[in-house]
Design a protein around this ligand. Structure first.
Ligand SMILES: [Zn+2]
Length: 407
């Protein structure tokens, strides 16, 4: 064996297990493994989880909050400020910032990332090519999926249609889109499907990012997904407008989202910062209704979206911090709710982005994280040190924390 993890906790209330890793895979899970290994890690009852999945992030526009502030804090100004900055981005600049962001994220136990990488006729493929290059450079540390993302719209920004096809030819893994920032939204969705079908790729849209339930296109997206036979291959980020629907309209829509097999990625760090800016009192939370989606059988994830830019001027790359933020915001702190949050940054996003052989089971990929906590239910609220990150059966990160109290 390459690595033997002794006495890990996989589930609360169960006996501790030894986990063996060989040739990049989990080779054994037993109460006691007597076989020797090149490296033995004594977990002494600590929790082992699958590698975290950061299912929605923008590496290409991270770490630019100090260059041009979004003073109103609105989505409109965030888009405007970022569009003004984009022509100043060079390849080297994007490379350095995206690399730095990856190195913020990876030590926190993320082993897979889906990143939206944008292009438009003004900036060309400067950022997109850089992200593809980083995908290759970082493949031993993290699996990166690149989404071809038309941030400025497709019809609104002539020439982007052709670039979408070029991006797919260049190696994009997923077709992106942003119906709420383009008109007509339904035709935007039709075009995204046309491209996805041509290249046989999944779809991931920035969807219905608004405080109000006006002009939503999620229902059209659900019907289109079903009619095209794309169930299980479509994901949406934000979907904040859903929270503005009364129960009588919300319930059947959630049923439709579940039927269409559309995964929803909640992005609370951004949605809380930009949302409800016009509310002078009783300020709304402006986050998609995570619990209702979960209870309605929808595959829901939590993701970071942006780190330190006009959309989200904070964040340190720790996905556990993002999940922690969602707990009070979405009323997920109750005894029955808390255990449902960890899967929102592990199994659910893994399913949403189509990861194969994911999870702690014999034969699966050895992408795991040893947490410095002894209770799995507390895996998020403890925000524990990620003691070891193992990717493809190799230790990629070790973290040590030493606290000395002087009395
Ligand atoms: Zn996004």
């Amino acid at each position: 064996m390459d690595i033997l993890l002794k006495q890990v906790r996989l589930n609360d209330g169960e006996s501790l297990k030894d986990v063996g890793i060989q040739e990049g895979k989990i080779s054994a899970i037993e109460e006691h493994i007597s076989e020797t290994a090149n490296q033995v890690i004594d977990a002494a009852g600590r929790v082992l989880v699958p590698g975290f999945v950061e299912s929605h992030i923008h590496l290409d526009k991270a770490l630019i909050a100090d260059r041009k502030p979004n003073k109103s804090g609105t989505l409109q100004e965030a888009i405007k400020v970022t569009a003004e900055l984009k022509p100043t981005f060079t390849k080297e600049d994007i490379y350095e910032r995206a690399k730095k962001t990856l190195e913020m994220i990876i030590p926190y136990g993320v082993t897979a990332i889906r990143t939206h990488s944008e292009f438009d006729p003004a900036q060309g493929f400067t950022g997109f090519e850089t992200i593809l290059k980083l995908k290759e450079e970082y493949k031993n540390l993290v699996d990166i999926q690149v989404v071809a993302f038309p941030q400025e719209g497709i019809f609104k920004s002539p020439g982007t249609d052709k670039m979408m096809h070029e991006a797919m030819e260049m190696g994009a893994d997923v077709v992106g889109g942003i119906p709420y920032n383009d008109a007509p939204a339904n035709e935007h969705i039709d075009l995204v499907f046309e491209i996805a079908k041509k290249y046989d790729k999944p779809i991931d849209l920035h969807q219905d990012f608004s405080d109000e339930a006006n002009d939503m296109s999620i229902e059209y997206l659900c019907r289109k997904t079903i009619s095209e036979g794309y169930q299980g291959r479509v994901a949406v980020g934000h979907l904040t407008a859903l929270h503005a629907l009364p129960k009588a309209q919300l319930d059947p829509l959630i049923e439709l989202i579940a039927e269409a097999g559309i995964s929803v990625m909640s992005l609370p760090a951004t949605d809380l910062h930009l949302g409800a800016r016009n509310d002078e009192y009783n300020v709304r939370r402006a986050v998609t209704p995570i619990r209702k989606l979960r209870d309605g059988g929808v595959n829901v994830s939590i993701a970071t979206n942006n780190i330190r830019n006009a959309f989200t001027p904070y964040g340190n790359g720790d996905i556990l911090q993002t999940a922690m933020l969602a707990i009070p915001v979405a009323h997920l702190g109750g005894a029955d709710d808390l255990p449902t949050v960890l899967p929102m940054i592990t199994d659910h996003p893994a399913q949403a982005i189509g990861l194969k052989n994911y999870g702690i089971a014999v034969g699966n990929k050895a992408d795991v994280v040893l947490l410095d906590t002894f209770v799995k239910t507390n895996a998020i609220i403890d925000i524990p040190e990620r003691l070891y990150v193992i990717k493809d059966g190799k230790v990629t990160v070790e973290n040590k924390k030493e606290t000395i109290i002087h009395r």
